[in-house]
Design a protein around this ligand. Structure first.
Ligand SMILES: Nc1nc2c(ncn2[C@@H]2O[C@H](COP(=O)(O)OP(=O)(O)OP(=O)(O)O)[C@@H](O)[C@H]2O)c(=O)[nH]1
Length: 437
């Protein structure tokens, strides 16, 4: 196990939870294994490194069994015993958790067809080469975590037939989905507003309006972008296509086959969530992007909850890029994001406003309490050593805090002004804005 690597537990800004990778190399501390573990740890991914593969079969190590992703070094493929150990470990996870985690094969050399085949049989879905970007593994973990969260996704079912609705509801609830059912198409818009579904499943042939008209009606509202699936016994593909052209995304044939129905639903929800995530998140740090951060501030102000807004800007960041290069600068930004999300409450929001500027929204918090929190984060961030080729450097940030009571534009203006003051009076400090009179 790698004990000398930092292993922060990470809470992502939308509560994705912890991410853990199990790293298996036969020769344990080879350069690729070391570099990879260091890079994963720097991205605040929990890692469990195992080189003695007998350890895997030991029931005294239950912490191995909660990995979401398994990274296997290609050196492992040289030993049939090791392959058997990994296979039986992966089967054990499937027995316990109902899923077999995907495998990434890490290699320094090019692989033979036989090695690739062997890796595929282990469940390898990607090959990671020593010069690949380790963020690929982080992104895979993010996707896996998002998919695991499918249970609890909300489906609105619109069907006037009690028998069909009963069957569809039973299948969906058995798959862990939350289902709300409306019989009458005219209740649809209210149900969407109140329930906020991730997906709509509707019968195609209904009294008053058919599915295609109802789908077109829903799509008139630009906010109602959730996928729509029609249920119908219509087998004429031309009619199906016509129906889809009105804004629906899929067609499932009645009578429903449980497996195919649930597969169609899950892939639709996963795809919609992935697109939604891409639109709302900054791709580098996975924090909310500028637009979504402003929306979050707007919402808290509209709810009249009060709170504080902090704007953070990394000091002399240009010189980090100039001295160590852009990729190292990127790593500092990711670390900043990780420190912020790991240090704040679930109810707080962290966003990347652009460049090296971040925003933190702390609802129901006074500016003084926010200052205490940001001071703690500032002290934690400034002692982090960012590694570059054997040596390292540290960074600081400056921060301005404003009260939300003055409204959206004024809160941003005041926080920016306080940040400006912090920058121009020495940097590496947190300043609360003077409320305007
Ligand atoms: N690595 C990296 N750099 C970025 C990114 N976005 C913006 N930057 C760089 O961030 C730097 C910001 O520099 P400045 O605005 O001059 O600020 P600074 O050097 O931090 O100086 P002070 O804020 O006054 O302390 C610029 O060099 C940008 O190119 C990014 O996504 N990755």
């Amino acid at each position: 196990m790698v004990n000398d690597l930092p292993s922060l537990r990470r809470r992502s800004s939308d509560g994705d939870g912890d991410r853990k990778a199990l790293v298996l190399f036969a020769d344990g501390y080879g350069q690729l294994a070391k570099n990879l573990c260091l890079a994963l740890a720097q991205m605040s991914i929990d890692i469990c490194m195992v080189s003695d593969l007998d350890e895997l079969s030991s029931s005294e190590k239950p912490e191995h069994l909660d990995a979401s992703l398994v990274v296997v070094g290609s050196d492992v493929l040289q030993s049939q015993v090791a392959i058997r150990a990994i296979n039986s470990y992966l089967s054990k996870i499937r027995e316990m958790r109902g899923i077999r985690p995907p495998v990434v094969l890490a290699t320094e050399a090019s692989l033979s067809f036989e090695q690739r085949l062997c890796a595929t049989q282990l469940g390898s879905v990607r090959i990671f080469r020593s010069d690949d970007d380790p963020r690929m593994i982080r992104d895979m973990l993010t996707t896996i975590t998002a998919e695991a969260k499918l249970a609890g996704s909300k489906v609105l079912l619109i069907d006037d037939s009690p028998t069909d609705a009963y069957r569809a509801t039973t299948y969906m609830r058995a798959a862990g989905l939350l289902v709300e059912h409306v019989y009458a198409p005219e209740d649809t818009l209210d149900a969407i507003r109140n329930f906020g579904p991730d997906l709509i499943v509707m019968d195609y042939h209904m009294p008053v309006v058919n599915g295609d008209t109802l789908a077109a009606l829903i799509r008139q509202d630009p906010e109602m972008t959730m996928p729509i699936i029609f249920l119908s016994s219509e087998t004429d593909s031309e009619k199906q296509l016509l129906a889809l052209s009105h804004g629906a995304d899929g067609f499932v044939l009645k009578p429903l086959q449980e497996g195919a129905f649930i597969k169609a639903i899950t892939s639709m929800i996963n795809r919609a969530k992935a697109i939604d995530r891409r639109m709302r998140r900054d791709p580098l740090t996975q924090l909310l992007n500028h637009g979504q951060t402003v929306e979050s501030v707007k919402r808290v102000i509209a709810e009249k909850r009060g709170g504080a807004l902090a704007i953070i800007d990394i000091d002399h960041f240009k010189s980090v890029n100039d001295t160590y290069g852009h990729p190292v600068g990127d790593r500092v930004l990711i670390k900043m994001a990780d420190v912020l999300t790991a240090s704040l409450r679930d109810t707080d929001t962290v966003g990347r406003m652009g460049g090296e500027e971040f925003a933190v929204l702390l609802p129901d918090t006074t500016t003084e309490a926010a200052r205490v929190v940001l001071e703690r984060i500032r002290k934690c961030f400034m002692v982090i050593k960012h590694e570059v080729e054997g040596s390292g450097f540290s960074c600081t940030f400056s921060c301005g805090i404003a009260d939300l009571s003055s409204g959206l534009n004024e809160a941003f203006r005041q926080a920016d002004e306080a940040l400006y003051l912090a920058k121009h009076s020495g940097r590496n400090q947190v300043i609360i804005a003077e409320p305007s009179v």
